[in-house]
Design a protein around this ligand. Structure first.
Ligand code: SF4
Length: 333
């Protein structure tokens, strides 16, 4: 299983599934930040967008993801001020230049983006920007890997470790995978040759019956990760439960803003009432995220659900598995 949506896209784009022997079956995993955001959390972000004098700031893909009853894009069409940024620092700047507004940044993502979200909170504190808030939906990679392995729903022999996440956390946090589950784990970069090298190392480990953690991306990843980024994260966040689409609540799998930075926590600052969440009918994103189904097994894939008319987040996101299958092939069943 490749954990990361970036790997899914590279694997399909470069035809790597066709290059490897038929005995190697590859599955996409839950590593797409937009896709794993639970519908109820998305509904909360949409509700916050409708608060008076609010500016909602988000990364691009989030805006088109359908929530239970609306989307951020629809909220924008209805008059809410919803803006796309490419950096968390842009969100802080929007707060600085709009002192009369409450600027709410929708903080999704894994350990890759969490340090930048933490840095934005530290900057807002340093510069005494009092109208900047983060709806913190950041998630952690090792706990969801553990949850998938514990469920046993998909029998995995090897995991392609996420390159960008591992730049931050290193490879030590994956040691439990071979130790407790006997599953091989190799961290990979994103070039086709990186991925082929990673698969080669995984197959060799499995053939020898000696699973371990290896780094096939040494130009980007050190075993100990990036200590500075880890320190910033630890200062701003504490670990708590998180709600994952298709999986549910996983304890100790999310990041919460620590009490000392509570003035920046949108969850503490604003209260919104939500209707019960509902999932798009027929959408199998949950199964796709868990690796229990491929997008081709969804009856809506390509017939109804396309990048222009997405039904679920896995078709919206540039890292989503359904978008990758749509763009780079995969025959309907
Ligand atoms: Fe959901 Fe569309 Fe993917 Fe089906 S093809 S699982 S409807 S996003």
């Amino acid at each position: 299983m490749e954990f990361c949506g970036g790997h899914t896209h590279a694997i399909l784009r470069y035809g790597i599934r066709e290059l490897v022997p038929k005995t190697v079956e590859m599955r996409s995993g839950p590593g797409c930040p937009v896709c794993v955001t639970a519908t109820t959390d998305l509904d909360k972000a949409i509700a916050m967008a409708h608060l008076p004098d609010a500016i909602t700031v988000t990364f691009g893909d989030m805006i088109r993801v359908p929530g239970s009853y609306s989307s951020l894009q629809q909220a924008k069409a209805e008059g809410a001020d919803v803006r796309i940024v490419y950096s968390t620092m842009d969100a802080v700047e929007i707060a600085e230049t709009n002192p009369g507004k409450s600027v709410i940044f929708i903080g999704i993502g894994f350990e890759t983006t969490a340090p930048t979200i933490a840095a934005s909170i530290l900057k807002a504190q340093r510069e005494k920007i009092e109208n900047f808030y983060v709806l913190c939906l950041s998630k952690l990679t090792p706990p969801v890997m553990k949850a998938l392995l514990d469920s046993g729903e998909v029998k995995l022999d090897g995991i392609i470790g996420p390159g960008h996440v591992s730049v931050i956390i290193g490879s030590y946090p994956y040691e439990f995978i071979p130790r407790d589950y006997g599953v091989a784990c190799v961290v990979s970069g994103f070039e086709p040759l990186d991925i082929l090298l990673c698969i080669d190392e995984l197959v060799e480990q499995i053939q020898k019956g000696k699973p371990k953690v290896e780094i096939a991306y040494p130009r980007g990843v050190k075993a100990e990760g990036n200590r500075n980024a880890q320190r910033v994260m630890e200062d701003v966040f504490e670990i708590g439960e998180a709600n994952w689409r298709g999986i549910g609540i996983i304890p100790q799998s999310g990041l919460k803003i620590r009490e000392k930075y509570e003035q920046f926590d949108a969850d503490r600052a604003f209260s919104v009432s939500l209707k019960p969440p509902k999932e798009p009918e027929g959408c199998r994103c949950g199964d796709v995220i868990r690796g229990a189904a491929t997008p081709l097994e969804c009856k809506l894939f390509r017939r109804v659900c396309t990048p222009e008319t997405p039904i679920g987040p896995c078709m919206v996101s540039s890292e989503g598995a359904c978008a990758a299958y749509y763009l780079y092939g995969g025959e309907l069943q």
